[in-house]
Design a protein around this ligand. Structure first.
Ligand code: BES
Ligand code: ZN
Length: 856
């Protein structure tokens, strides 16, 4: 008997080991008889061999095998090999012609707390199969390159029984669904429960009518219309922007409360975390509305980029995720404005992806090995993956990009593809060589781009140097192909060189611009044209000039950002700082022509985490308490310096009329709340208190609460909010999060401890667990207390969650991904918590892989 491998020693899977599956799966018939403790799954799979004498290997986990038969002949245990991870039928037991395998298995959805496979949430059955959850439903070749047509029957006493594709038969207690499109098992979905639909119809560009439904628990019907309309907008947009039409007669979306991720693109039956579907002005913020629209779009867009064209293997995950994120970013830009969307996306890229790329978890957008694929749904795969698509768009131009995408759909529809296939369509449609560009997919790390400039005899020179630090497992870094969008401004602010894309391909490269009368001011990396860290010695007056004059809205904001960062770092390091940032903010506050949402973004000071990162990048050791103090001090000083102007804006931005989440209202509201956060530091909480009392929508209510808790004036409001919303799970998640993320750092841990004792802390629900834990880890100085007590508390909870829901525990462990940034004391304390987790007997493969990678 061989010793069972422990999770920690599970061998890595390697991209280079890819082999095609030796069978074609012709048809799939699944019959479900639902029962919370013993759901029976009868699977009939027709295979035809593609190779001689191949064994049939099927994945399967946590299944009770009732019977196996081949072409109607029952097999005995001697005929096959059954392990904890699958079922193998040797070649000598199999016909050499096409054959049908029939298995019956039993599973217990009510005991499935990992929320992967078939599980239950509030009495409703639902599934989550990506990436490798289908193997917890039945024995199957659970890999994305095995695509088949599914025919599914469901027997159960729930009023609503849903699966992928079109409904072909239904009566009480029974439904039959046929999906005409071949798909990999990870896109399978089943839902059964007492659900209500909010329904609509969408007419496609070729005139086909599609029934659209949002399915929710009784009582939630009146919070669905925004999501339904967002779905219709997404469907129209994909027709107009990419020429892609929907391909079934029905599109269902189901909201579930217990869900590990945000949402899932199952063919014709998307399943959503209810947080990203349900919206009403009283319960959802402006930011929630925007995010709901973006996620609905994202999952819908997967129908073409993910479902019709899927991934050959999970190493290619960014093929579908990076592209689909890019598409949802374009969509949101079109719906709500490109400038603010780009700024939001770059904030998230830097806050999540750059952070990841700078630490022990750094990996390429297309990794070449992993142990647990769930750990690779990362900011790098998603957000850097989207940036890479954006760079291709910029290099080829709008028409070139569209031609490449048309070729992609034409050439690969119905296939399971690789990054090589993807790049080849760009090469073939444009005639360009993208072999160097490919490094963006295969190399880890954020390049640093250093710039120097000079001016002589009417010629201006920009000299760039790129460098990428070594990352885990990759020490040698070759230069990347970087699109650098630049513009040049004259000293009176006119554009002397409109936006131009420079293509850098060497480690060091210069670009010259002739015929200039005077030395220009450069605007470099406009629209954040590449995911790099730009380093340049710029004085504050030049930044202030760009903040006022740049034509590129992203770089205007970026200049303000750089100014803020300079002041903050100066304050942390106890250096003299000048008034240029405060003056620039004053100018911006007076500029009524500037978009309010843009002004709000400029007023938001860099996060403490980003200040810590900037200090680390400069070779300093960040001190969390000093960072907190510097940021608070700057906020107070800005508030005092501009109090009259801020007070005027606070009054003039008050909304009138009924609530709408459109940018026309959301923009001024964001500005008003940004102003409130500053004023609250000097007005004793008067405005925030009044706003909290009078607010009629969640944006203002939560904005006021966030301001109050920042200054420790929240006790009464917090209690009132809890009293009012205790029955609403989505709003209560906000309540847990807002107080921990915003409270003074010295109170954060104590507060978190008290909140874990609140009867509403239902920690097995991912949304609630995340709200509390992300609140604490998001409180930078509170999490990084010098005594390490928050680290211990957080690690204890990860260990408690791991046996229940390893996927969420593993994702949450990234709170420790910055541990190498800090001083010796904190480093040691974080390291010892990670070692304590790693040493835990029976640790999941998910969390085990994460702690080992974190420890390096
Ligand atoms: N395919 C994913 C959902 C998923 C991720 C399932 C990981 C299983 C494991 C889906 O398309 C997705 O990307 N969802 C995102 C939201 C999106 C807007 C970026 C999510 O769930 O966070
Ligand atoms: Zn996705």
């Amino acid at each position: 008997m061989s010793a069972e491998l422990t999770a920690a020693d599970a061998p890595a899977k390697r991209l280079s080991d890819y082999r095609p599956y030796p069978f074609t799966l012709e048809t799939v018939r699944l019959d479900f008889t639902l029962d919370p403790d013993a759901t029976e799954v009868r699977a009939r799979l027709t295979f035809s061999p593609r190779q001689e004498a191949a064994a049939l290997e099927l994945d399967g986990e946590d299944l009770e095998l009732v019977s196996v038969a081949v072409d109607g002949r029952a097999l005995t245990p001697d005929d096959y090999e059954l392990t904890k991870t699958g079922l193998t039928i040797p070649a000598n037991v199999l016909p050499s012609q096409p054959f049908t395998l029939e298995t019956v298995t039993r599973i217990a959805p009510s005991k499935n707390t990992a929320l992967e496979g078939l599980y239950m949430s509030n009495g409703m059955y639902c599934t989550q199969c990506e990436a490798e959850g289908f193997r917890k439903i039945t024995y199957y070749p659970d890999r994305p390159d095995v695509m088949a047509r599914f025919h599914v029957t469901i027997t159960g006493d729930q009023p609503v029984l849903l699966a992928n594709g079109d409904l072909v038969e239904s009566r009480e207690g029974y439904a039959e669904w046929v999906d005409p499109w071949p798909k990999p098992a990870y896109l399978f979905a089943l839902v059964a429960g007492d659900l209500r639909a909010h329904s609509g119809t969408f007419t496609t560009m070729s005139g086909r009518k599609v029934a659209t439904n949002i399915w929710v628990r009784p009582g939630d019907e009146d919070r669905c219309d925004f999501a339904l309309q967002a779905l219709h907008r997404s469907m129209r947009w994909d027709e107009e922007a990419y020429g892609r039409e929907y391909d079934l007669d029905i599109f269902n979306i189901v909201a579930v409360d217990d869900f590990n991720m945000g949402a899932m693109e199952n063919k014709g039956l998307n399943i959503f975390n209810s947080k990203w579907v349900l919206a009403s002005p009283e319960t959802a913020t402006d930011a929630d509305y925007e995010r709901i629209e973006g996620i609905i779009a994202h999952e819908y867009f997967h129908n073409w980029t993910g479902n019709r064209i899927t991934c050959r293997d999970w190493f290619q995950l960014c093929l579908k995720e990076g592209l689909t994120v890019y598409r949802d970013q374009q969509f949101t830009g079109d719906m709500r404005g490109h400038a603010t969307k780009r700024i939001d996306d770059v904030l998230s890229l830097r806050g999540r992806q750059f952070r990841e790329d700078r630490g022990p978890l750094s990996h390429p957008p297309r990794p070449d090995h992993y142990r647990e694929i769930n750990n690779f749904y990362t900011a790098t795969v998603y957000e850097k993956g989207a940036e890479i698509v954006g760079m291709l768009h910029r290099l080829l131009g709008a028409e070139g990009y569209r031609a490449a995408l048309d070729l992609y759909f034409e050439r690969h529809d119905g296939q399971a593809c690789t990054i090589e296939d993807w790049l080849k369509v760009f090469e073939d449609s444009s005639g360009r060589d993208l072999s160097q560009f490919k490094r963006w997919y295969t190399d880890a790390g954020t390049p640093t781009l250093r710039v120097r400039d000079s001016f002589k005899d009417g010629t201006y020179t920009l000299e760039f140097e790129q460098e990428t630090r070594p990352t885990p497992g990759q020490s040698e870094k070759l230069p990347r192909h970087i699109p650098i969008e630049v513009g040049l401004l004259s000293e009176n602010g006119d554009e002397v060189l409109p936006s131009t894309v420079l293509e850098m391909t060497e480690a060091k490269q210069s670009f010259t611009f002739d015929g200039l009368a005077t030395r220009p001011v450069p605007s470099i990396l406009r629209d954040f044209s590449a995911p790099v860290r730009l380093e340049r010695d710029v004085d504050t007056s030049e930044l202030a000039f760009l903040l006022t004059h740049d034509r590129d809205p992203f770089n205007r904001w970026e200049a303000g950002r750089a100014l803020a960062q300079k002041v903050l770092i100066g304050r942390v390091l106890g250096q003299e700082t000048d008034a240029s940032f405060s003056d620039a903010i004053g100018a911006l506050l007076r500029d009524e022509t500037a978009d309010p949402a843009f002004r709000a973004l400029c007023l938001n000071l860099p996060s403490e985490d980003s200040i810590a990162q900037a200090l680390y990048d400069q070779g300093e050791t960040p001190d969390p308490a000093a960072i907190y103090a510097a940021r608070e001090g700057l906020a107070r000083d800005l508030a005092s310096a501009h109090k009259t102007l801020l007070a005027e804006i606070f009054t003039s931005t008050e909304a009138t009329g009924p609530y709408s989440s459109d940018p026309e209202q959301a923009g001024p509201r964001a500005l008003r709340l940004a102003v409130l956060r500053l004023l609250n530091r000097i007005d004793g909480g008067a405005r925030a208190g009044a706003l909290f009392a009078s607010a009629e929508n969640m944006t203002e209510s939560l904005g006021a609460l966030a301001a109050l808790v920042q200054t420790g004036q929240d006790a009464a409001a917090m209690a009132e909010f809890r009293e009012r919303w205790q029955g609403d799970r989505l709003v209560m998640d906000k309540w847990f999060l807002v107080q921990l993320a915003n409270c003074p750092p010295e109170t954060a841990l104590e507060r978190a401890g008290a909140l874990t004792g609140d009867p509403l802390f239902t920690w097995k629900t991912p949304n609630r667990f995340r709200a509390l834990m992300a609140g604490l880890s998001g409180n930078h100085a509170g999490f990084h207390r010098a005594d390490g007590a928050s680290y211990r508390f957080y690690a204890d909870w990860l260990l408690k969650l791991d046996p229940v829901n390893p996927q969420v525990a593993a994702r949450m462990s990234t709170a420790f991904e910055t541990w190498t940034r800090y001083d010796e004391g904190r480093r040691e304390k974080m390291r010892s918590e990670l070692e304590r987790i790693a040493a835990q007997p029976g640790l999941s493969r998910d969390l085990s892989e994460m702690t080992q990678r974190l420890l390096g």
